[in-house]
Structures are given as structure tokens and as C-alpha cells.
Design a protein around this ligand. Structure first.
Ligand code: ACM
Length: 552
């Protein structure tokens, strides 16, 4: 029986290899088995197989300016990566990306020793490139990547990476060739804030799982990771002065699983890892609602002095800190002080959403008292847009998560705050909530904001989205990923991909480049990259995927 089974499998593998070879070496060419059987070969239904040289700029997010010119650069066994002192770390990161699949040594050397290789330069005089812009010049004699800051080089490295064949993402040696089209890309972001949020409260995700998400975000030039660290179902970050928050409040999750939490060391490891990908972490402590895990951990935080049980369901709006009690502010001060001390970034998110069990007067009083605490510990407030129901602190950002059907008065309240100087992060739930089902048939996710197919998540303009809000108030976009129904990295993958790259493009690329028809083709071309990275994505019928990918 076993013998007999092996023969057709072997033939199948050979067939797969032949198909892979015909498709330009993607997938199984180096003997790595495909994760799922490829469909029978037939006429391509979608995008063509990968070309040997990807046209310059056919990447996500699409660059601001692309000038194809001349012959490609070819990466070889003798290529060196030339760095200066400020670019050494990005150089090492680049080498780490390229070595496993190319099998080349790619030494990171002093720039002068790398005349014909890949040169990474930090050039403070390049003021037009700003904090994250870069210029990538590719010619047969070498690649030069220039930026004003290391962060710009890091973004440019993602461009260089996407110009190479998708097989570059594999962790075993692939055949190549490794060519980068000739010409110049000059690129700067549309928005300074390009975020993604991960809810680690409803289901807990380990440090390694968060790092994997950080790496996925990096590929699309996202620069902010918002971690939703606390909610009714779990408190996920150690606070030394209130230890039961984690030992008890972190001990479960939606569905009754074991939950978990980050020690301070673990949390700092996430922050450091994000920084190495030039991402700022924004911790969120959601208050005064969404606090059952804290209320369950400490009876004195409850107005009636009685701790409720831990909660593992998915209802919202039933919990509130006790606004009149003095101990509430001892608690808030301790938590914000300790979280701020773990945060090299500028922002601390205080939630403020769905406080349905807090009276309006209490909500306003709470926010009046708590926002100055954030400032006292050197951080800037971010809140969900309900914060505009109180008075956002000077310099605060609010995160708008409304829908098309959100009442006009609520939209206008947020727009008025924006006209008054409050910065906006746009996360419209019926556009960029990555946990919304794509269609009624999507097995995971929720649908309270409606179904959000790939085109819908991409096809809107942040600058004009909220009526009455000045375009200049929009600091950027963020794609939240709530995890009531998501338990594993594979679940995160299939909801985030392929919508996340579209949100990244909304945040980075110039408004004038926005075009679904060309975007969907570039998105389809990401499929072999998703496969190579082990990202199981949703094969939306709106996208002309190449045949033969694995996907969902
Ligand atoms: C939210 O979705 N409650 C911010």
C-alpha cells in the first residue's frame, strides 16, 4: 500500500517541478514541496508567471516616481553590500534577507570596498527625501540606495526586495537569476503614519507570532504597530504595581483558552524588534470601558467593591472603571507610568471606545483626568474617535473607526475636532478592519461592519474620506486586526492578506497613483511572494491571481 502510493506522488512531484521550471523557477524548483498540490497545468487564468526581470516599480506600495533606464543589475556570488556607519545595520538586515535564498555570502563591507555591489548611503544633505524617503538607482555596474535617514534606507530595501523574484523570500537556496531592473526609483510616503493594529487581548499571540506580523508589515513599508494590550477578555502586559492584572486578568481569552501575557522583558523584545524594522510600537490600554480583565483582577476597582468573573465571550460595552473612586486614578497613574517607561515611541493609546457602561458625564470627567497623566509621563494621547465626545488633549490623535452608516452628527463631531487641531488616523471599519469577513462565505471574522472585499478595502481616499475634516488633519491610516475569531498566525494571515498591502499603499503612495485596475494586477503579482513567505492568503475572485498558488 505504501509503496504503491509513493509512485504517483513521485510523478506528481516531477510534474510540479516541470511546471515550476516553466513558470520561471518559482515554488518547488529547489525541491521544497509546495504546501498544497498545485492544480493541473492549464492556460493561465490570471497574471502571467513571474518575468525574469520585474519591471521597475511594479511593487506595493507603488513608488512615487519611477524612471526605467538601461540594463538590469545582477546579484552574484561576488556581490558585496557597501555601507557607512549609519547604514551598517540596514546593510546587515539586507544581507540577512538575501543570503538564504541566493546562497551568496554577500559580505557587508566598508562602502569603498563595494564599488560594483549594493551601496547603502545615509546622506543628511538629501533633505527632500525626508524621514523615510529613498532613492534607488540600478544599473549593471551596481545598485545605489540613498536616504537621509536609516529608516529611508530600510524602506528602500523593501523596494529592492520586491524587485527581485519572489523566490528571494524562501529560506533555502534557489536557482536565481537575481536581477533588478535598471533605472531610478525616487520615493517618499504620502503619510507619516502608516499603521497596523493587532488585538492580543481577545486571543493572545506570542512574541514570535507578533514578530512574524512585524516582518509582514515591514515588507509593505508600514511604520507603526499598535498593540491592543488590554480588553475585557485579557490583560496582556505586566504591570509590577498591579501584578494580578496579568497573573489573573491575563489567564484566559475568548473561548476560555489559557490566554497569556508579556513580561516587561518580552514586551521590550517586541519593541526592539519593531525598531529594528523601523516601526514604532503604540501600546493601547483601553479605558474606561473594555476593562473587565482589570475589574476581575482587583475588586477595589469596581464601584460596588465586587470583582466580576473573568470573561471569555465577545460582547462589548458592559464594563467600566469606577470614575468617582480615587483608587481608579492611582491605578491609571501606575499603569500609564509603567507602560510609558516601556515605550520609546511618542504615543500611548488610551482607548476610550464603546464605554457604554460609563455615563457621558463620567466619561468626560475620566478623560479630563487621564489625558494629563499621559502627558505627565512624556507621551502623546491617542484615543478611538469617541474621545471627541470629551475634549481631546492638545496634540492628541484620534482614530476614526466609523462606517458609511455612522450618523452624520458623530462624523461631524470628529471633523470638528480635526478642524480644531486634533490629528486623525483613519481606520474606517467597513474599509480597513481586517477582521471583517470578505463575503458571507468567509469562515473566520465578524460582519457587524459589513463584508469587506479586497477592492472595498483599497478603493477610498483618506484625504477626502471624512466630510468636513481638513486633509491636513489626516496623519495617516491604520488597519486594525481584532481577534475575537482569530486564534493562530494562519488565521491572521488569511484575514490580513491580501487587504493589508492595499492599506499600506493608501498610506504610502501618492493619491494620483491610486487605481484599482492597475493595483489589482500588482497585487496578483504578490501571490508567489505570499507563497514563498508561507502566508496563506484569501484568493479573492476580484484579483487576477496567477494559477497554481496555494493561498487559502
Ligand atoms: C472598536 O472597534 N471598538 C475601536
Amino acid at each position: 500500500m505504501r509503496q504503491r502510493r509513493r509512485i504517483p506522488r513521485l510523478i506528481g512531484s516531477l510534474l510540479l517541478l516541470a511546471v515550476a521550471a516553466a513558470a520561471g523557477g518559482e515554488a518547488s524548483a529547489a525541491g521544497k514541496p509546495a504546501r498544497k498540490a498545485a492544480p493541473a497545468p492549464g492556460p493561465a487564468a490570471g497574471a502571467a508567471a513571474e518575468p525574469e526581470v520585474r519591471p521597475l516599480g511594479r511593487i506595493i506600495p507603488v513608488p512615487a516616481s519611477v524612471t526605467p533606464e538601461g540594463e538590469p543589475y545582477t546579484l552574484t556570488r561576488t556581490t558585496r553590500i557597501g555601507v557607512d556607519q549609519k547604514s551598517r545595520e540596514v546593510g546587515r538586515y539586507l544581507a540577512g534577507l538575501l543570503r538564504p535564498s541566493t546562497g551568496f555570502p554577500l559580505p557587508v563591507v566598508d562602502e569603498r570596498a563595494a564599488q560594483s555591489g549594493i551601496r547603502l548611503r545615509v546622506s543628511p544633505g538629501e533633505t527632500a527625501l525626508g524621514a523615510e524617503g529613498y532613492r534607488l538607482r540600478s544599473e549593471p555596474g551596481g545598485i545605489t540606495l540613498t536616504a537621509r535617514e536609516p529608516a529611508g534606507l530600510f524602506r528602500g530595501v523593501q523596494t529592492l526586495r520586491q524587485q527581485l523574484p519572489a523566490a528571494v523570500e524562501r529560506r533555502t537556496v534557489q536557482p536565481g537569476p537575481w536581477k533588478i531592473a535598471g533605472g531610478t526609483v525616487t520615493d517618499t510616503p504620502r503619510y507619516a503614519y502608516r499603521g497596523a493594529m493587532l488585538d492580543v487581548s481577545r486571543h493572545f499571540f506570542t512574541v514570535d507570532e507578533v514578530k512574524r506580523y512585524i516582518d509582514q508589515l515591514a515588507l509593505y513599508k508600514i511604520n507603526t504597530l499598535h498593540l491592543h494590550l488590554t480588553d475585557d477578555q485579557g490583560w496582556r502586559i505586566a504591570v509590577d504595581s498591579w501584578p494580578r492584572l496579568t497573573t489573573y486578568g491575563g489567564s484566559t481569552e475568548v473561548g476560555g483558552g489559557p490566554g497569556g501575557y508579556y513580561t516587561k522583558e518580552e514586551y521590550q523584545e517586541i519593541v526592539r524588534y519593531a525598531a529594528s524594522r523601523h516601526q514604532e510600537v503604540i501600546p493601547e490600554i483601553d479605558m474606561p470601558g473594555h476593562t473587565n480583565a482589570a475589574l476581575a483582577s482587583y475588586a477595589e476597582l469596581n464601584c460596588d467593591g465586587v470583582a466580576p468573573p473573568l470573561y471569555t465571550g465577545i460582547k462589548v460595552g458592559f464594563s467600566s472603571l469606577c470614575v468617582p473612586k480615587p483608587v481608579t486614578y492611582d491605578f491609571v497613574d501606575d499603569v500609564i507610568r509603567e507602560i510609558a517607561a516601556l515605550t520609546p515611541g511618542r504615543y500611548l493609546h488610551i482607548g476610550g471606545d464603546e464605554a457604554h457602561s460609563t455615563s457621558h458625564a463620567d466619561y468626560v470627567a475620566f478623560m479630563e483626568r487621564v489625558q494629563p497623566v499621559v502627558a505627565k509621563y512624556g507621551k502623546t494621547v491617542v484615543g478611538w474617535h469617541q474621545l471627541t465626545g470629551a475634549t481631546p488633549a492638545e496634540g492628541a490623535l484620534v482614530q476614526y473607526w466609523g462606517l458609511d452608516r455612522t450618523p452624520a452628527a458623530e462624523k461631524e463631531r470628529v471633523a470638528a475636532a480635526a478642524r480644531n487641531g486634533t490629528g486623525l488616523i483613519l481606520s474606517p471599519a467597513d474599509r480597513v478592519y481586517l477582521d471583517m469577513k470578505y463575503t458571507k462565505d468567509t469562515p473566520l471574522g465578524l460582519a457587524w461592519a459589513g463584508y469587506v472585499e479586497v477592492r472595498r478595502s483599497y478603493d477610498w481616499d483618506p484625504a477626502t474620506y471624512l466630510p468636513g475634516a481638513p486633509a491636513a488633519a489626516v496623519r495617516g491610516v491604520e488597519a486594525p486586526l481584532w481577534t475575537e475569531t482569530l486564534e493562530t498566525p494562519a488565521h491572521l494571515d488569511v484575514m490580513a492578506f491580501p487587504r493589508l498591502p492595499g492599506v499600506a499603499e493608501l498610506g504610502w503612495s501618492p493619491a494620483a497613483s491610486h487605481d484599482w485596475e492597475t493595483y489589482k494586477v500588482r497585487l496578483a503579482e504578490q501571490a508567489p511572494r505570499f507563497d514563498a513567505l508561507g502566508i496563506g492568503y484569501h484568493r479573492s475572485p476580484q484579483v487576477p491571481w496567477p494559477t497554481g498558488g496555494s493561498g487559502e
